[in-house]
Write a protein that binds this ligand. Sequence first.
Ligand code: FE2
Length: 309
Amino acid sequence: MTNLPSGWNVTRLAGALGAEIRGPDISDVSADDVAAIKALLLEHMVLFFPEQAPSVDAHVAFGRHFGELEGHPNLKNAFLDHPEIFELAAEQGGVADEWHTDITFQDSPALMSILHMVECPEVGGDTMWSSLYAAYEELSDPMRELCDGLTALHDALPHNHPEQMAVHPVVRVHPETGRRALYVNEHFTRRLVEMNATESDVMLRYLTNWVQNPRFTVRYHWEPGTVAMWDNRCTQHFVLNDFVGQRVIQRVTVMGDRVEGVNAPRWEPWVRPGRRSATSRHDRQLHFWLKEHQPGALGERKSVFEGDL
Ligand SMILES: [Fe+2]
């Protein structure tokens, strides 16, 4: 349990994760406040601070207490011109209604996101988070052992940039808690590197559905002015696209460190044997990633897709 500054109140919101914090003013935090918030975040994974409504500058200043900030690599802000804030407006298509961890198509995905709900509907537009610790810990022993040895390719296809790719361990070890998290998501994770295409499809569908199990989740109903922060190293989230009207969020993103697995991948990357054929297309993206990053893994197969694109 975290030692709290006086006057702070913590209310847990679900069995798996999530807590509402009343007491701090995030526009004016002390070093002790920041330390307490860091400890609370490690404990609860997602925190909600109602009735804050920070200015853009205060929001950015609060974020800087937790690390270096970065705007979004692919999406433009809806209303603001500020390089460290990322803004989404529902009326411009900004509803993230697919389960994901932010920006996993980068080598060092976001470590933490801090969101200010600027405008929201009275009903609908809730956000859900899922604990990737719980998702991992409740797998069976053989499934955990298999996942511990695998890596997965993530890409920015949802942002129309499939060429932006990164490979991460399927099981991530949290650098501060040492706990293991199931680190694949339906939005950005495309392929298990060590498996053939059909095996990868079945396994990824299973694992990315599994993390959505309601027992691993918390669902939050927003009020304007609420600030939320979540640990991207052990959670996924999802916005319910069930509302009419406008919903505007502003977010700062604390940049991450590299994703560490339990150990090195246990098997070699999958390389399709035999001649090129119609089904080769399922291996094309993995082939191009390997060609750029691990050409030795391809051996004789280095040029099998040349002329395909
Ligand atoms: Fe997100």
